[in-house]
Write a protein that binds this ligand. Structure first.
Ligand code: C2E
Ligand code: MG
Ligand code: MG
Length: 430
């Protein structure tokens, strides 16, 4: 790849950054770094093969050169990552160039018989005279990752708001890989299970459904959901896990029915699972295998999913509802909720996040939000569940605010099936 072999490599790029920073100390000129990462390059390689992948990289490098018009120094840092060192560029000029690059790289490119549009994520960092050269490069890299994590095909300027300290990054990646390995081990050794948390009707305290919550255990070690769920989502494993959870929950409903308890069970559904091919068939399979009616299963979806609905998402939600499943918006209030959304949502229920409950009854602002959302939801025909209720005072306050259903440690923690059956029996006798 001649067009690429002429470029500086990582070590060369660091040396040049060092030299330019030293120069800037004398000349007083600035230095800005643009870090370019191709989006989904792995997919290009897999779809077209490595030779065509190399061809795409070559064209990208050429397009970068054309945009630079002799300005700046271009380096190739890794397979699909480039850096551009821009002496004398301030942030404003670098951002204009970065945005032009995002647009320019995405012009159609013929690969095989297809025309593709290479998409890239760009991070920009302006030198800080107090930091070493490696730190400047790493800040640009982190900004590029932030651009990628926000969906790609955009520029992000490095700022103190980009949270992960650089020294954290390798640790974080290692930790995620470790959790991923443990998750695989749990899958292979039967370490996955479901616990079920009872929900009760506000006022009467009678059972009003269960939420299925996944648990992951390897030997004596339990991996908490806040660790393994994000890793499962990132790696795509969540689609298999979610499928398994749906089947298990359906079978619990069947066993409960057999024992004379008609209880609805809610399961958490991630976005990846909802948009995976075959989602609708999976729902029908769960009902058919367990031979249960659809109203006894509820799908909980996080608020962010409702705020950003593609045709596929909307279609699948509507199909689930048409099939008789009820839908709940989970963790309501934690995203950028817009109350206007509530009127058009294909949902039956909202679950107010614990954040609004934990300060009650003293936190008057939270209470005002709870009252307002409950009133509005009621007007739109939606039921309201309050999550994370731990004290009798919170419970009283939520009952008065008109919330329909209560979930929290005050009534029960999530329980394994055996303890759940005991809880149900004892609760029925109260
Ligand atoms: P979530 O769906 O909002 O589930 C409620 C979480 O609140 C559960 O945490 C539950 O144990 C906890 N909780 C309930 N009552 C109280 C309370 O009174 N006080 C406090 N402090 N916490 C309470 P858990 O089991 O750790 O699950 C965390 C999250 O992991 C869930 O939040 C859900 O988003 C995700 N998750 C769990 N299981 C699954 C699953 O099968 N699939 C997917 N996609 N996500 C899951
Ligand atoms: Mg939930
Ligand atoms: Mg929740």
């Amino acid at each position: 790849m001649d067009g690429l072999t002429g470029l500086l490599d990582r070590a060369g790029c660091l040396r040049e950054t060092e030299r330019l920073l030293a120069e800037s100390q004398i000349s007083g000129q600035t230095l800005t770094v643009i870090w370019v990462g191709l989006d989904r390059f792995r997919e290009i390689n897999s779809a077209f093969g490595h030779a065509q992948g190399d061809y795409v990289l070559l064209c990208v490098a050429q397009r970068l050169r054309n945009h630079l018009k002799g300005d700046g120094i271009l380096a190739r840092l890794a397979g699909d990552e480039f850096a551009i060192l821009l002496p004398r560029y301030d942030l404003f000029a670098a951002q204009a160039l970065g945005e032009a690059l995002v647009r320019g790289l995405a012009l159609p490119l013929s690969v095989g018989n297809l025309s593709i549009r290479p998409s890239c994520s760009i991070g920009i960092a302006l030198m800080n005279p107090l930091e070493p050269p490696a730190k400047l490069l790493e800040r640009a890299d982190l900004a590029m990752l932030a651009a990628k994590n926000s969906g790609g095909q955009q520029c992000v300027v490095s700022s103190s708001e980009i949270r992960h300290p650089l020294s954290d990054r390798p640790n974080r990646l290692l930790e995620e890989l470790n959790v991923e390995a443990l998750l695989h081990e749990a899958i292979e050794t039967g370490g996955l299970s479901l616990h079920f948390q009872p929900l009760v009707k506000a006022g009467s305290g009678r059972l009003d459904g269960l939420e299925a919550l996944m648990r992951c255990q390897v030997g004596n070690k339990a991996i908490p959901p806040y660790q393994f769920i994000p890793v499962a989502e990132k790696t795509g494993l969540i689609v298999r896990l979610g499928h398994w959870c749906l089947m298990e929950a359906a079978q619990l409903v069947e066993r409960l029915l057999y024992a004379g308890h008609e209880i609805r069970v809610a399961i958490n559904v991630s976005r990846a699972q909802l948009i995976a091919p075959g989602f609708r068939q999976t729902l029908h399979a769960a009902l058919a295998c367990a031979n249960i009616p659809p109203h006894l299963l509820e799908l909980e979806l996080t608020e962010s999913l409702f705020m950003d609905m593609s045709d596929n998402v909307r279609g699948n939600l509507e199909a689930a509802r048409a099939a008789g499943f009820s839908l709940a918006i989970d963790d309501f209030g934690t995203g950028y909720s817009c109350l206007a959304y509530l009127k058009d949502l294909p949902a039956d229920k909202i679950k107010l996040d614990r954040a609004f409950v934990c300060g009650l009854p003293d936190d008057t602002k939270s209470l005002a939000i709870v009252r307002l959302v409950t009133q509005l939801a009621q007007d739109f025909g939606l039921k309201v569940v309050a999550e994370g209720v731990e004290t009798p005072a919170q419970y009283e306050c939520l009952c008065q605010a008109g919330v329909h259903t209560i979930q929290g440690f005050l009534f029960s923690r999530p329980l394994p099936e055996e303890s759940l059956i005991k809880w149900i029996k004892e609760h029925e006798q109260e």
